[in-house]
Design a protein around this ligand. Sequence first.
Ligand code: ZN
Length: 147
Amino acid sequence: MNEKGGSLLLAEFDAKFPYDYSAGRYASYFLKQLRDHKRIMGIRCPKCQKVFVPPRPACGYCFVKNGAWVDMGDEGTLWGYTVVQFPFLDPMTGVERPIPYGYGFIALKGAATRLQHFVTASDLNKLRIGMRMKAVFKEERAGNMLD
Ligand SMILES: [Zn+2]
């Protein structure tokens, strides 16, 4: 029963999706830099100078191919966030993520875009828009956004 008195449909099954796919040239470079050097890389538009993180092949403002890679550092500002209270399967792991947890948009210094990621503080109730954030890298990195 849900909170409105209705029933939820529940279907249990095992599913296997045995495939790999390429992240593409730009995302692959981004993920390799995370994994191998703990670097968050953006890419700069040669025309308007906007920097995009995560990187994308072309500038959506100027419609030109992006050019130079930029090391964004590991600090930013919390631009928006939510504290997730409802359990659901984490698409990165296929298992339910323990709740509550924070998820936010981080503005890295110099970036024209916001990086979405899990966010935390000593207490989730202390998360505030505008607070300084620092990336925490795993010791054992696998080349994905959870690194
Ligand atoms: Zn541009």
